[in-house]
Ligand binder design. Structure first.
Ligand SMILES: *[C@@H]1O[C@H](CO)[C@@H](O)[C@H](O)[C@H]1NC(C)=O
Ligand SMILES: *[C@@H]1O[C@H](CO)[C@@H](O)[C@H](O)[C@H]1NC(C)=O
Ligand SMILES: *[C@@H]1O[C@H](CO)[C@@H](O)[C@H](O)[C@H]1NC(C)=O
Ligand SMILES: *[C@@H]1O[C@H](CO)[C@@H](O)[C@H](O)[C@H]1NC(C)=O
Ligand SMILES: *[C@@H]1O[C@H](CO)[C@@H](O)[C@H](O)[C@H]1NC(C)=O
Ligand SMILES: *[C@@H]1O[C@H](CO)[C@@H](O)[C@H](O)[C@H]1NC(C)=O
Ligand SMILES: *[C@@H]1O[C@H](CO)[C@@H](O)[C@H](O)[C@H]1NC(C)=O
Ligand SMILES: *[C@@H]1O[C@H](CO)[C@@H](O)[C@H](O)[C@H]1NC(C)=O
Length: 318
């Protein structure tokens, strides 16, 4: 970093120091951006008689109570705040570097003036931020924030919340590297790196996706209890990213794959153990649940012996 970047020369040439008329002119400059020369003057009820700005001794703007005159090349990129004497300069170029002076004639009292040196710096390039896709349970994952300049300050946020060091979060190499330990699905978020120095700041973003699951599947039976001669659906669900693929088995024989197993018309041959298996090829995890289809139930229509059989099977199973 160039330590001479802003040589704020507070040559505060107040004509009457006894009255404490001090201007603090601060300077920030980035190519293509805006800057404001801010004074410490508090607005008063009496407007200033005049406010004038110059750079390297050349006229920029003069504003009196009755009119304002602007050097044409500054006309569309300056704003003068008459109440404080501050000046905004927009769309900076390297040629704007120089010594800026302000002269204020108050309605009554003593001339106030100040000066500051503006040095326009290059923009910080948009940082490249990388967060590699991760899987839950990984011991750690590292993020990189690169703007090509290791001396610029870097700050990380997750979903716009500042990230602070903790037992799970560490920062390395001057915050260029963010290390996350014990990765889990709740770490899925947008991560930002804000690179800044005295003249500029730029933000880069990456989206962390933590793959996980499948979690232990749950099976819903509809209707429950089962009704003979009716359609019956077994639905299997499992939280997983990416979504899990499902397969079914009945008494160890594979059925048509998919999250649902449908029995068009239930009879006693269908009773028994159904295994739903969820598989996530990205995490490599495979998890199963056994669902026992019991034969107790209410008749769909009329007294049927099969209902009793189903009920008995249900009883025998207990
Ligand atoms: C500079 O000021 C102009 C006018 O207020 C605004 O439209 C523009 O976004 C500003 N540029 C930056 C980089 O802040
Ligand atoms: C800023 O300045 C550059 C070069 O001086 C010019 O090409 C560009 O149009 C300006 N942008 C705005 C928003 O005035
Ligand atoms: C002011 O003077 C400096 C040094 O001579 C020069 O580099 C700069 O471009 C000048 N700035 C303006 C706006 O004339
Ligand atoms: C800020 O960073 C940019 C890009 O690295 C550099 O060109 C500029 O000089 C820096 N400004 C300061 C004040 O160091
Ligand atoms: C994931 O990490 C967060 C933050 O440390 C923790 O609160 C949460 O319990 C963890 N969840 C799991 C499933 O490990
Ligand atoms: C980035 O950092 C700068 C300097 O600390 C700050 O002014 C700015 O608001 C920050 N931007 C974001 C988006 O956090
Ligand atoms: C279903 O599984 C249970 C528990 O493993 C077992 O006790 C029962 O005999 C099985 N039923 C059939 C019909 O295989
Ligand atoms: C079937 O019966 C077994 C043994 O009583 C029980 O554990 C299971 O939850 C029953 N299944 C359903 C879908 O109610």
């Amino acid at each position: 970093m160039n330590p001479n970047f802003i040589r704020i020369s507070l040559l505060l040439l107040t004509t009457d120091l006894c009255f404490g008329n001090i201007i603090d002119v601060r300077v920030y400059g980035t190519h293509g951006k805006n800057t404001t020369f801010t004074t410490t003057i508090k607005p008063t009820s009496d407007p200033f008689f005049s406010v004038s700005w110059a750079v390297n001794g050349s006229f920029i703007i003069t504003s009196t109570i009755s009119n304002t005159i602007v050097e044409p090349k500054y006309a569309d990129r300056t704003t003068l705040f008459r109440e404080t004497g501050s000046l905004e300069l927009r769309n900076l170029t390297n040629e704007d570097s120089g010594e800026y002076t302000v002269t204020i004639i108050p309605a009554s009292g003593h001339l106030i003036s100040g000066a500051a040196v503006l040095e326009v710096q290059s923009k910080i390039p948009t940082p490249t931020v990388t967060c590699p896709p991760s899987t839950e349970g990984m011991s750690e994952v590292t993020f990189l924030c690169d703007d090509g300049d290791t001396s610029n300050a870097k700050q990380w946020t997750r979903d716009d919340q500042p990230l602070l060091p903790s037992d799970r979060i560490a920062f390395l190499e001057n915050n260029r590297i963010l290390m996350l330990k014990g990765v889990n699905r709740t770490d899925t978020a947008e991560y930002r790196c804000n690179v800044s120095n005295l003249s500029d700041h730029e933000v880069g973003t990456c989206q962390l996706t933590v793959y996980y699951g499948p979690d232990t599947p749950t099976v819903q039976q509809h209707p429950n209890p089962a009704v003979e001669e009716e359609r019956l659906t077994l639905s299997c669900a499992s939280d997983s990213l990416p979504p899990a693929a499902f397969t079914w088995e009945f008494q160890r024989r594979p059925l048509v794959p998919g999250p649902q197993h449908v029995i068009a018309e239930l009879d006693e041959d269908h009773l028994g153990n159904y295994t739903c298996t969820a598989r996530n090829d990205l995490t490599g995890l495979v998890v199963s649940t056994v669902h026992t289809l019991n034969g107790s139930g209410v008749p769909a229509s009329g007294p049927m012996s099969l209902i009793m059989v189903l009920t008995l099977v249900g009883l025998f199973q207990q």
